[in-house]
Design a protein around this ligand. Structure first.
Ligand SMILES: [Zn+2]
Length: 62
């Protein structure tokens, strides 16, 4: 799955605050994402995030 810095990912499982959209801050072995609902930053292994992605939203692309 092609996730880039600056993308917004929509997740299957929502954050405890209720939001299910996250800004991608860093990619690699571990991803760093920030919840758009509460601003909380989370570090997670790539494999775990990929399983949880419902949709990737990127400016200018479908
Ligand atoms: Zn949150």
């Amino acid at each position: 799955m092609d996730v880039r810095v600056g993308d917004v990912i929509q997740t299957k499982k929502s954050h405890p605050c209720g939001a299910n959209r996250f800004d991608v801050l860093r990619v690699g072995m571990d991803f760093k994402i920030r919840c758009q609902g509460c601003g909380h930053e989370i570090m997670l292994p790539r494999a775990k995030i990929e399983r949880n992605i419902k949709k990737i939203m990127r400016d200018g692309e479908q």
